[in-house]
Design a protein around this ligand. Structure first.
Ligand code: FES
Length: 106
């Protein structure tokens, strides 16, 4: 298990124990974190699972793949630490990960 902290647009903190092999998006949806709609169900085709990865965790989560980069063009208020949470797979190395939901998804 890995603990993931989601910070909603209004500052509400959701600490979630995530199973390895699941995605950051799946855990948000399962725990009703507001602002993570995940309309495409994780197919990297909607950009409604957009999050900002905490700067301390950007390296551990890695670079987005080209398909994710393309889809991020459809997200609002994209920043250098923007990711689609359905494309971040939970591993033990991500224990303690912090992500924020963009205000535009509030
Ligand atoms: Fe659709 Fe992530 S859930 S792109």
């Amino acid at each position: 298990m890995a603990k993931i902290t989601y910070i909603a647009f209004d500052g509400t903190v959701y600490d979630i124990e995530a199973r390895e092999g699941t995605t950051v998006m799946e855990n948000a949806v399962r725990n009703s974190v507001p602002g993570i709609e995940a309309e495409c169900g994780g197919a990297c085709a909607c950009a409604t699972c957009h999050v900002y990865v905490d700067p301390d965790w950007v390296e551990a989560t890695g670079e987005p793949q080209p398909m994710e980069e393309d889809m991020l063009d459809f997200a609002q208020d994209v920043q250098p630490n923007s990711r689609l949470s359905c494309q971040i797979r939970v591993t033990a190395a991500l224990d303690g990960l912090i992500v924020r939901v963009p205000e535009s998804q509030g």
